[in-house]
Ligand binder design. Sequence first.
Ligand SMILES: Cc1cc2nc3c(=O)[nH]c(=O)nc-3n(C[C@H](O)[C@H](O)[C@H](O)COP(=O)(O)OP(=O)(O)OC[C@H]3O[C@@H](n4cnc5c(N)ncnc54)[C@H](O)[C@@H]3O)c2cc1C
Length: 499
Amino acid sequence: MQQIVWLKRDLRVHDHQPLAEAARTGPVLVLYVAEPSIWEQSDLSLRHFHFVLESLQELEQIVRSLGGQMAYFVGEMEDVLEHLYQAYGEFRLLAHQEHGTPATFERDKRLHTWMTSHGLVFDEFAQNGIVRGARKLSGLADHWEAYMQQPLISVPQYFLSSDTLPEAFSERLESLERFEVKGRALYAGQRGGTREGKQLLESFLSNRFPKYHVHISKPWESQVSSSRLSPYLAWGNLSMREVVQATRLKQQQLSDRFEKRALEMFEARLRWQGHFIQRFEFMPELAEQTLNPAFDSARTTEDEALFRKWYYGRTGIPMVDAAMRALHETGWIHFRSRAMVLSFVCNTLRFDWRRPAHGLAQLFIDYDPGIHFNQIQMQAGSSGFHTIRIYNPVKMGQEQDPNGRFIRRYVPELRGLSNTFIHEPWLSPHFAELDYPEPVVNIHDANRLSRELFYSIKKHPDTVTRAEELLELFGSSRSSAPDKRRTEGEQLTFELDDI
Ligand SMILES: Cc1cc2nc3c(=O)[nH]c(=O)nc-3n(C[C@H](O)[C@H](O)[C@H](O)COP(=O)(O)OP(=O)(O)OC[C@H]3O[C@@H](n4cnc5c(N)ncnc54)[C@H](O)[C@@H]3O)c2cc1C
């Protein structure tokens, strides 16, 4: 029977169960579908699509070299199924489970209904240690660990190719190039493909990792000492299992305590990836609904011009502007700058978290809904049990980019300023001569007001009740959770950091 392997965010041939299963069973068609209804969503953009195309370019060569056939289609999956049915009659559809947005989840449900109503099989395979439809989170850390310890699935030795290709499909990847996706192309970003991903993994584990934990908060140095594997994990050029296993192998070879510590911290973050995606699988509505809705009452700013200044890096606050411009230019910034720009727009300027969530998703080349929406809500402090971190970007700049190297790289208007004024250019006697805006806000005053507002919301009995419910749902999930487990009392003390 004809086997159709449908690729989504799993753009590789190794450690790929659907491909391995299909290759064992019959002729294989490897399919990529550019679905307008998914790419029209406000979280995806052209830079993501280009990353996918680059990945497919490489895949096409590999699949062909193994005797297989790739096919492409622009349209909705329901149409794809109709074409496949016309061409083959009976066929089996194989794919990895996608831990995406409500839109992809709903689409998958419709496809199951279609396949069942036609008496056909749609096999979806778990990946990255995530359990579909788990109704509680406890015990899943053990499942993740067991999955990570299983051997990698080998690349199939060969594929039996299909004789017929449905007429509507194209054998040529170029057929996807006419597909229009919003956003601007990224010229200075990471390129898609497993080869690139594997090279990064190799260079990280052989020479870039030792200062991972020392540089993790520094916007400039982390560009090199972070692994930079995120897009390759998000689009599935690499499997999480191969990254975990390679990291552990390297750890066994280390004797230096400092170096071991670096990889321990790195491995913790690999676990967080699974933790957040699992949590999203458990509660997909967190892409749309505020975890603790009481906080919505404090985030009511609607000034579109102000929002655009933030988004395009024209706030007059150098660290915010440098981070946002770096993101536009490269598609990547390190964790702390992501948290800082989000805190600035949601906690200093007090925009609703949904306003920046999709705009940032479009810019992050590594956009992964499971991590992204969890992080957005966490950093905006909308659960009621996480610490609300209200960043002071000037202080962060002075501590993490003391010589203004990151700022000068991305905000060229400030290149001529001395280190004394690089974080607060408005204090410079030459400020009027710079082509750089006045700050859009007095950070100190705005943050003080936000702290007061958030504090009064956090201590309200309804907020506390909802926070306790959430803690019950999430808190007991796994020992490797990012938030260090404290006692419940401590977690509900509602710290408000100004960092
Ligand atoms: C507001 C906000 C939004 C974010 N959105 C995304 C997103 O869409 N996609 C994404 O991959 N990461 C996201 N992150 C998490 C983190 O910033 C990136 O994973 C990291 O910066 C990627 O760089 P790296 O691969 O060099 O990370 P490394 O530090 O080298 O980590 C290795 C891998 O671990 C995982 N990881 C690292 N940090 C985290 C974290 N805090 N939470 C969960 N997993 C983590 C990623 O898969 C990453 O590739 C977000 C963080 C914030 C604050």
